[in-house]
Write a protein that binds this ligand. Structure first.
Ligand SMILES: Cc1cc2nc3c(=O)[nH]c(=O)nc-3n(C[C@H](O)[C@H](O)[C@H](O)COP(=O)(O)OP(=O)(O)OC[C@H]3O[C@@H](n4cnc5c(N)ncnc54)[C@H](O)[C@@H]3O)c2cc1C
Length: 280
């Protein structure tokens, strides 16, 4: 029996498991994979260092400049070296393993290769999670259940916390990690806005590697074929300007969905209880 079950060992679930384990709770971190590279640009804000000071040991190249291309190919470049705010880029395979290991070091118990698919109920109350693993079905029991298993979460739907995504609420994106000589500046991130409601990026990763990808938003997900726009994107003049070689080694590539409507406009605010309520 655990104090807390966390379904999903991505950045959210791992951080959550770490904080709770450090606070002395018995935590089970349930993750469907062992080494899954989430399709992602891997661009993070500087705040990541605040939550993971251990990252500094990895000597990641900080990005102090952004080059943005509008849909009509106009370029805007800005360097924010003098501001105490910049970005960093990481390979998601490395990042996710890194944050998961920190949760384990904090005392969370990791159960990888476990796909959570349903709740266990007692008197209509959720008391645990059922998983499928290579060793067969498993049951985990906990006082608190946290669902952090991403966009395609089955538990989020079953809990009633979220409804099925509507088409106009999701975007899709395809990206790759490539290797080879380029004209990319290692300290710059490159962002491209497309004539339709789409976007593209090139994020240098260091060691001649870069993450390149593009995606769609809203109803354009239905109107455009992701593979076509990805292939067109690779041939764009403003991309070719940097990727001058005719042959880049594709280390990995993948496509995935993402919430296409941005962050919630209204965030839930926890109300501080009045003194009277506290007395009650
Ligand atoms: C192509 C693309 C590019 C992106 N680029 C960026 C970017 O550059 N910068 C940025 O900040 N954000 C980017 N994002 C968004 C970013 O990837 C997500 O915001 C982030 O990964 C969310 O973290 P999470 O921990 O909530 O979920 P996830 O990272 O999705 O983690 C969920 C975890 O749960 C596990 N899981 C899933 N189902 C189950 C199950 N049934 N049982 C057990 N475990 C399960 C998964 O294996 C995974 O480890 C991008 C997204 C996409 C698709």
């Amino acid at each position: 029996m655990y104090d807390v079950l966390v379904s999903g060992g991505g950045p959210s679930g791992s951080k959550c498991a770490q904080i709770l384990a450090e606070a002395g709770y018995k935590v089970a971190l349930i993750e469907k994979d062992v080494n899954w590279r989430k399709p992602c640009g891997g661009g993070c804000s500087l705040r990541f260092y605040k939550y993971y000071p251990q990252l500094k040991k990895l000597n990641i190249i900080d990005k102090h400049t952004i080059a943005m291309y509008s849909a009509d190919y106009s370029k805007f470049q800005y360097t924010y070296e003098n501001y105490n705010d910049y970005s960093l880029v990481m390979d998601r395979l490395e990042l996710d393993n890194f944050v998961r290991d920190i949760a384990i070091d904090a005392g969370a118990e990791l159960f990888d290769r476990n796909i959570s698919f349903d709740f266990i109920y007692k008197n209509k109350k959720k008391i645990g999670i059922k998983t499928k693993s290579p060793d067969g079905s498993k049951e985990f029991f906990g006082n608190i259940i946290i669902i952090a298993d991403g966009m395609s979460s089955k538990l989020a739907l079953k809990s009633g916390l979220r409804k099925k995504w509507k088409t106009e609420e999701i975007g899709v994106a395809k990206c790759a990690i490539m290797e080879g000589n380029s004209q990319l500046d290692e300290e710059t991130i490159y962002v491209y806005f497309k004539p339709y409601m789409g976007f593209g990026w090139i994020f240098p990763l260091g060691n001649n590697r870069f993450n390149i990808g593009c995606g769609t938003f809203y109803e354009d997900t239905l109107n455009y074929n992701l593979n076509h726009i990805y292939n067109d994107f690779l041939k764009e003049p403003n991309v070719k300007e940097y990727l001058t070689s005719s042959n880049y080694k594709v280390i990995w590539s993948g496509a995935y969905s993402l919430p296409g409507k941005g962050v919630l406009e209204k965030r839930g605010v926890l109300e501080k209880p009045s003194d009277e309520k506290v007395k009650d």
